[in-house]
Design a protein around this ligand. Sequence first.
Ligand SMILES: Cc1ncc(COP(=O)(O)O)c(C=O)c1O
Length: 474
Amino acid sequence: MTPSSGTYREHLENHGISVRTDPVLPFFHYDRNGKLVIRVSGYSDLDLFEVYARYGAVQLNLPDLATQRVHQRWAINGAAAKAAHYPEAVQSAYATKANDWYPVVSRVVRAGCHQETSSPSGVAAAQILWERGEISPEQMVICNGYITAPYAGAIHDLRHAGFANTIPVIDKESVLALFRRDHTWRFGIRQRAHLPAQTDTKPHKGVSRFGMDYEELKRVAMMIQRNPGWELVLYHFHLGSQIIDEDNFLGGLLSAATNYCRLRQQVPTLQYLDIGGGAPVQYGLTPLTINLELLLTRFLVSLKDLCTHFDVPCPTVITEWGRFTVAPSELRMMEIRAQYEPGFIQVHDTIMGSLADNWAIKQPFPVLSLAGLDHPTTRGKIVGLTCDEDDCLFTEDDNHVTIARPDRFRTPGSEVLVVANTGAYQSNLGNLEHCMQLQEAVIAAYLHRGQWVFETVRPRQMAKDMLKLFGWPV
Ligand SMILES: Cc1ncc(COP(=O)(O)O)c(C=O)c1O
């Protein structure tokens, strides 16, 4: 580690965070004793040092923060529709793949989101929610992704279980053959869509391979219309994920919405315009500049004009924000090892094993010191326990982070880092077994009657558990 000037508090203040009054990230505050807490209005704070003292440096799942995000989404939808004088509803769906954990999906769906799926397992999950009474008949299960025969089978099973509001989204003409012609179906179709220009920090990903061009889309729409008992109700597109440029986002939305209006002229059953995911999350200390309420308002104003121009009714708009909904609902604690090389902050964990997107697509994550606000800072590269050069936290600051200098005798907890906003995609994609490094325990904290209660989701992995995975006779 390399000492740097000023205290950790000053470092945060240099990022415009007035520690006493501001959250350091959404839901994350330092309280008046300098302890990092999760704060949800109306509830007692969750003291992360207490979690560490009780369970060690764990992965902490916070599914109730996903519910809070759904409430924020309703507020954004409502405010945007009002500001735009949009005559129809703006609804929310949840892209299950962003975080498949049952307590998260169940809460988000019970809070009123439609469920969007990408696989047979996602539909099987919807069936469980249906059988447990956790999804209402008015909510939709929107089946996106590649619809294979097993996926279509799961969709038929959900129908047979009595859930009628299942909307298979057709992304290729050939997929229609998987649906029984003698059943009534309400379908969606997926348009291939891209951002007009790439202005975020990631390299251009090329032409999307998902969905259909307009000509194929129109052909499929007509095939659906011709089959008695089939209806095309939903028009879907998805531009990308973590889109941080507002004009770029808006341009993509409007170009696809124009095609919706053209098709709506010929398909009067179309009533939903599902604009996919893409809402970004703060992955550093500096807040994002995009304003999602304003973006949605601008979109609705322009959509209303487009509908007037094409002389079609305004659709019900659905967003499928996954990352936005669940990113805050998980964090990783990482304990700093006592012995380290100068310039490196070595943690008892593996970065490449537990933060897949950091390793694979250079997605940064915010790192906070658990305690030690008034300690001097230190700067270095966070590295994990595997003997692999790649096991290093990518950051936009030349892979360096600035943290409070750890001194557990002066301030217990200052030897622990919190990697925040890991709730979207990381658990599903990650957990590599490189060097057979053991996974930390997973603990869940739930809000119950105003208090936080804990559950061990998965104990710390033992060497024998790991060896079993590789066929060892243990
Ligand atoms: C069809 C579709 N909808 C929604 C999402 C969720 O995107 P995000 O998590 O960026 O909101 C995805 C993610 O890839 C997707 O493919």
